[in-house]
Design a protein. Structure first.
Length: 186
């Protein structure tokens, strides 16, 4: 028995899960059962509409198992072997269970015929989709005038100052009365 809370997936994450099912990447019956449930219950959401507290592939998450202390990992599609203490592959039961959950949600996962594990997503400290949204907003605000909306920092364009400085340096170096071609002293 695996109960799945709400499951929000990007189109990319949904497609990855479909490929996992088609290729039977993990042949464990409990994994396949959870994978099918995730796919059938998934709400596919545009990246722009996805809450920053939803666990997606490449998100950094904090989670707890059976009420024990939290662990922090990056949910990855594969390659768990590369960084075993930093990553958690979605091809594992725990990684798959966390994918698509929103911070604060809990999922019950059947580990064996007589053992059910409670996995809680405590927090999402980094989500690539949210980082991309923030980056696009910042770029949009920087292309205008005023302040960057996300940071409140003043926006200063140095391009016009660089052109003016370059023009001044060229004019200064062609001064016929200047017998010293080196830098000018202030």
């Amino acid at each position: 028995m695996s109960t799945t809370a709400r499951c929000f997936l990007t189109a990319k994450d949904f497609t990855v899960l479909e490929v996992l099912l088609d290729r039977r990447v993990n042949r464990d019956e409990f994994f396949l059962r959870l994978l099918r449930r995730k796919l059938s219950a998934a709400m596919v959401v545009f990246q722009e509409d996805l809450s920053s507290q939803v666990a997606t592939i490449n998100s950094r998450v904090a989670f707890s198992i059976d009420g024990q202390l939290s662990d922090n990992r990056i949910l990855v599609h594969a390659g768990e072997d590369a960084y075993p203490d930093l990553s958690l592959s979605i091809t594992t039961l725990r990684g798959l269970a966390l994918l698509g959950l929103t911070a604060g949600e809990t999922i019950l996962v059947e580990r064996s015929a007589d053992r059910i594990e409670t996995i809680r997503l405590d927090a999402v400290s980094y989500q690539p989709e949210a980082a991309d949204r923030k980056k696009r907003l910042l770029q949009r605000s920087l292309s205008g005038t005023g302040t960057a909306r996300d940071t409140g920092a003043p926006v200063v364009s140095l391009a016009s100052r660089r052109k003016a400085a370059s023009k001044h340096q060229i004019e200064a170096s062609t001064d016929p009365d200047d017998d010293d071609p080196g830098p000018r002293a202030a």
